[in-house]
Design a protein around this ligand. Structure first.
Ligand SMILES: *Cc1c(COP(=O)(O)O)cnc(C)c1O
Length: 366
């Protein structure tokens, strides 16, 4: 078998090896079942145990309060860009506030406009010097009558995180946590809706987790197709139709790894901070050879975009890194340069290998 490389992909992204091994072990036959998870009814007892365990793990990891539902839906984060306004503002005069802090929140605002009134309360392209920082509370003129206020917690492409989430008073805070979920402990009480696609930090593509406060289930003003209705999905425990069984099974294994191998999100957070510090330290000690994209205070501990003194060097870096077994370091087109995604499952050794490579590359190419 070919050797696994250190994979810095932004998503779908690296998974814990022990999780992949467990899935491999059970690929042909779930213990006591006689078939794999892909071959049994989603209405069966073994699958009920899997989806229940996945939900219990999510609730335990994030201390999800009882007045929140946890949904496992299909269609990725982008589908939620549409479902959120569909369920909360479509067909009403109410508007939603959107904080545009990067590529993903910009896209979410554009999608929301297809469903209702959207108010861009801050645009980081202009006010954040090209999405290099998040807004401070004093920059936000929020509408106290808004149906919700929307944020993207970690902007995966620009590599910026909120040091603290905006304060929205009685207006429900709705957050895309796709590349933030499980990287640190979170206070779910702060949110009306907290959601994340799985393929960054929670499992493979195919399932999206929606943690939603119960009073928001019932806000739809227009009649929605069942699959688009949070209320109907919650009533059916995300099983109006066949759910993404395999992805939910994998999410269960990843959350088990977080709980039992890592020891919870406090521990995961400490590990993540240390890994990110190693990498940012190399950037900061390079005398400007490596330039990070984000303003320091807003640096993401999950995605680290940076560039070298020229585009040619960016290209050479990426090629030489691949030769050295460090894969998928290309940056997103809109930011350019390089990006190292160092999600939960990226081992510390992988980050150390990248740091050593960076120092060596600078010595040889400056
Ligand atoms: C990856 C990502 C998305 C898009 O997710 P899909 O599941 O591909 O729709 C949206 N928001 C953020 C913050 C992301 O990192």
């Amino acid at each position: 078998m070919q050797e696994r490389l250190y994979n810095f992909s932004a998503g779908p992204a690296v998974m814990p090896v022990s999780v992949l091994k467990k899935a491999q072990e059970e690929m042909l036959c779930l213990p006591g079942v006689g078939a794999s998870v892909m071959e049994i009814s989603h209405r069966s007892k073994p699958f009920d145990e899997i989806i229940t365990a996945a939900e219990t793990n999510v609730r335990t990891l994030l201390a999800v309060p009882d007045n929140y539902k946890v949904l496992f839906l299909q269609g990725g984060a982008l589908t939620q860009f549409g479902l959120i306004p569909m369920n909360l503002i479509a067909g009403t005069d109410r508007s939603a506030d959107y904080i545009v802090s990067g590529t993903w929140s910009k896209k979410a605002a554009a999608e929301a406009k297809t469903q209702g009134k959207v108010n861009i309360v801050w645009d980081g392209k202009v006010s954040g010097n090209g999405f290099r920082r998040k807004p401070s509370q004093s920059e936000l003129a929020l509408n106290p009558e808004a149906a919700y206020c929307y944020i993207t917690l970690n902007e995966t492409i620009e590599g910026i995180q909120y040091p603290v989430e905006p304060e929205t008073g009685n207006v429900p805070l709705v957050a895309d946590a796709s590349s933030e979920i499980f990287c640190r402990p979170m206070d779910v009480n702060k949110y009306g809706i907290l959601y994340a696609c799985a393929q960054k930090n929670a499992g493979p593509a195919g399932v999206t987790m929606i943690i939603i406060r119960e009073d928001l289930l019932d806000k739809a003003a227009i009649e929605l197709p069942s699959m688009f209705s949070y209320k109907k999905q919650a009533e059916a425990r995300s099983m109006l139709n066949t759910p993404p069984c395999f992805s939910i099974y994998m999410l269960r294994l990843v959350t088990e790894w977080l709980l039992h191998d890592i020891g919870g999100l406090d521990k995961m957070y400490a590990i993540n901070k240390e890994k990110a510090a190693l990498l940012y330290d190399v950037i900061d000690s390079s005398n400007g050879y490596y330039k990070g994209h984000a303003d320091k205070e807003f640096r993401s501990i999950m995605n680290v975009p940076f560039r070298l003194p020229s585009e040619d060097l960016d290209k050479k870096f990426q090629q030489d890194a691949a030769q050295a077994g460090l894969m998928t370091l290309g940056g997103h087109r809109s930011v350019g340069g390089l990006r190292a995604s160092i999600y939960n499952a990226m081992p510390r050794e992988g980050v150390v290998a990248l740091c050593e490579f960076m120092k060596d590359f600078q010595n040889k190419n400056s």
